[in-house]
Write a protein that binds this ligand. Structure first.
Ligand code: PLP
Length: 390
């Protein structure tokens, strides 16, 4: 069985040929250190400047200098949260985030708690949405930062980012959003949406791994978390990853330019998948908001079975998915996202995340559903729990 179908695009994506073409010269012909004063260095810096302009244009930042390159989404989130919390600690030491953030945000907040900050982790409703009254209620005089993700990586729910940002600003609080799963899925305009800081990752949008960016609106202060040669205007030391940055710039440009076409294709294939699923499989539920959600992510709980076992049977058939029940696919604890959405543990355990790319055809979906129906049937036949009774 050689057939391989990749439905794990929320974990990572392939690097597109346009992005690869942009990166290749940076590995050999243009290998300069962007910090060098000679022509090789200047060429490398010109590549970085071009990528910075591309990111600036894509998210409608005001200036290119509002973009800082990082080693990925995790570092961008860490820089935003630790950086702002530290820079404004004389104003207050209270941060608000949500229970369903990526661990790059949650664990940065835990770190702040160790340092004496207080963090409110807002609950979400059964669709994965943060409630605005809850947010208002959590705001205190000493709140300096609100960090709420734009699109959830496990269930795809899209938060009301613009309204959240507005509330933050009404109370003179800085607003950060993790947009790692949002770029290319929803329109991002940092000025219109009043976003102060925004995190991006390359490898979720057909760019390279190990590179990302943080947008910081000019005027917002943040302390660095790395110390060294003062690259990125002193905010992110370390020799710049020129090939990665070149690739990220191109990937962000393409993802935002093509987002309407991409979304249409993803919606078609996702809806086809759902129709076929309904025809061929019984006893499941879709987790996440039904409408206010990314077209790329489907999180489904199959009653009466273990997500890990289903993942393995699908893998044997060449189909690559993630379990929704594990926060990183190697951790077997129930997902903190599904837990926050109040999904009972036995149902959360049977959850699988299918995340689509535009390279998936209807014939691929037919094959996936056929194998899925077989695998679900097999697992239910040996399961002590009767799916129909849940
Ligand atoms: C929502 C979200 N934030 C942050 C990250 C971390 O990004 P990176 O893998 O580039 O560190 C991810 C990746 O899984 C993510 O999905």
């Amino acid at each position: 069985m050689d057939r391989k179908i990749y439905l794990d695009n929320a974990a990572t994506t392939y690097v597109s040929s346009e992005v690869l073409n942009e990166m290749m010269p940076c590995f050999n012909a243009l290998y300069g250190n962007a910090g060098s004063l000679h022509s090789f260095g200047r060429s490398a810096m010109a590549i970085i400047d071009k990528a910075r302009d591309r990111v600036k244009e894509a998210i409608n930042a005001n200036k290119s200098t509002e973009i800082y390159f990082t080693s990925g989404g995790t570092e961008a989130d860490n820089m935003a949260i630790l950086g702002v919390a530290h820079a404004y600690s004389n104003k207050g030491k209270h941060i608000i985030t949500s229970q369903i953030e990526h661990h790059a945000v949650l664990n940065a907040c835990r770190e702040l708690e160790q340092e004496g900050f207080e963090v409110t982790y807002l609950p979400v409703d059964k669709h994965g949405l943060v409630s605005l009254p809850d947010l208002l209620h959590a705001i205190r005089k000493d709140t300096t930062l609100i960090s709420i993700m734009a699109v959830n990586n496990e269930v795809g729910t899209i938060q009301n980012v613009k309204s959240i940002a507005k509330i933050a600003h009404d109370y003179d609080i800085i607003f950060h959003t993790d947009a790692v799963q949002a770029i290319g899925q929803i329109k991002i305009d940092v000025q219109d949406m009043e976003i102060d800081l925004l995190s991006i990752s390359g490898h979720k949008i057909h760019g390279p791994k190990g590179v990302g960016a943080l947008y910081v609106k000019s005027g917002i202060r943040f302390d660095p978390i790395t110390f060294g040669g003062n690259q990125e205007r002193g905010k992110r030391s370390g020799t710049e990853n020129v090939p990665g940055i070149a690739g990220l710039g191109k990937a962000v440009e393409l993802a935002t330019k093509n987002y309407l076409i991409t979304n249409k294709k993803l919606k078609n294939i996702r809806d086809y998948f759902l129709d076929k699923l309904a025809e061929n499989v019984e006893y499941y539920q879709i987790n996440g908001h039904m409408h206010q959600k990314s077209n790329a992510i489907l999180n489904i709980s199959f009653y009466g079975i273990e997500g890990e076992s289903l993942l393995m049977l699908l893998d044997l058939a060449g189909i690559c998915v993630s379990t929704g029940s594990a926060c990183t696919s190697k951790a077997l604890e129930p997902s903190h996202v599904l837990k926050a959405m109040n999904i009972p543990e036995d149902i959360a355990q049977g959850s699988i995340r299918f995340s689509f790319g535009t390279n998936i055809s209807k014939a691929d979906v037919d094959y996936v559903i056929e194998e899925l129906a077989k695998a679900v049937g097999k697992l239910r036949a040996i399961s002590p729990i009767q799916a129909g009774r849940i």
